[in-house]
Design a protein around this ligand. Structure first.
Ligand SMILES: NC(=O)c1ccc[n+]([C@@H]2O[C@H](COP(=O)([O-])OP(=O)(O)OC[C@H]3O[C@@H](n4cnc5c(N)ncnc54)[C@H](OP(=O)(O)O)[C@@H]3O)[C@@H](O)[C@H]2O)c1
Length: 233
């Protein structure tokens, strides 16, 4: 780091899990952080703004606020996400659209809203993908689609903004323990075909492991390349 001015970051989905962990660690590194939340209540050591990332107006207002408040943005961490699991045949198209809306479309809308401020700082966009962004598993189709899509769109974006001094980083964590599965919508038609019972059983067992014994989110926040990368700015 060559300048001593305070670095600024927007982190989406900071009520819990990885987003909260990354935002807290950026604060510990001396950054000014604006985190998005959807509900009041949590005591957080950084400023927050109410924003459902699927609400286009909220996202646009967030971009305007960043420009007014800071004039520049060093990092946008697109972290907010949900995981919808189930076989394609048992999914309603609206459920699939919602998964893509939160994890993929909203991340790009955030980029769009924040690019003027990111350009002003030669900032970085950190896209939180997953191992599920390059490796697919049965019953993870909606989530795989959202993260594979995020990775493809981010590769294109990186080329688009390279000449503007803005960088794009995709991080691909493995599983870590959060309430993401519990907080995400459940498939309304789970099991209605009777054809995917072994897959559902295996998935439920995996989700139990994920919620109880996989590595915790604090460890993930420490280990993630997102933070390692931001530390070098
Ligand atoms: N946990 C894992 O094993 C794992 C592995 C690889 C990648 N990831 C990725 O890591 C990211 C964070 O997940 P996590 O595991 O830390 O889960 P988490 O604790 O559930 O955090 C997800 C965050 O996203 C927010 N969010 C969800 N829908 C939103 C919306 N429509 N608008 C605004 N915010 C919304 C949630 O806010 P609310 O509290 O309001 O719901 C929450 O703050 C996700 O992108 C996930 O795909 C997770």
């Amino acid at each position: 780091m060559t300048e001593s001015r305070t670095r600024t970051a927007v982190v989406t989905g900071t009520s819990s899990g990885l987003g909260k962990g990354v935002a807290e660690r950026l604060v510990a590194l001396g950054w000014d952080v604006l985190g998005t939340v959807r509900a009041d209540g949590a005591e957080l050591p950084f400023d927050t703004v109410h924003c459902d990332v699927t609400d286009d107006n909220s996202v646009a207002r967030l971009g305007e606020r960043v420009l007014q408040q800071w004039g520049r943005l060093d990092a946008l961490v697109n972290n907010a996400g949900i995981v919808l699991t189930g076989p394609v045949e048992e999914l309603e198209p609206a459920e699939l659209r919602h998964q893509l809306d939160v994890n993929l479309v909203a991340s790009l809308a955030l980029v769009r809203a924040c690019l003027p401020a990111l350009r002003a700082a030669s900032g970085v966009i950190v896209q939180v993908s997953s191992v599920a962004g390059y490796s697919a598993d049965e019953l993870f189709g909606p989530y795989n689609a959202s993260k594979f899509g995020l990775e493809g769109a981010s590769e294109a974006l990186a080329e688009e903004v390279r000449g503007q001094g803005v960088r794009v980083v995709v991080v691909e964590p493995g599983p870590f323990r959060t309430d993401i599965a519990k907080k995400s919508p459940q498939v309304a038609g789970k099991g209605f075909t009777g054809l995917y019972e072994p897959g559902w059983r295996e998935l439920d067992e995996w989700l139990d492991w994920h919620a109880s014994t996989s590595p915790d989110a604090e460890m993930a926040a420490q280990a993630t390349q997102a933070e390692d990368f931001l530390r070098t700015l």
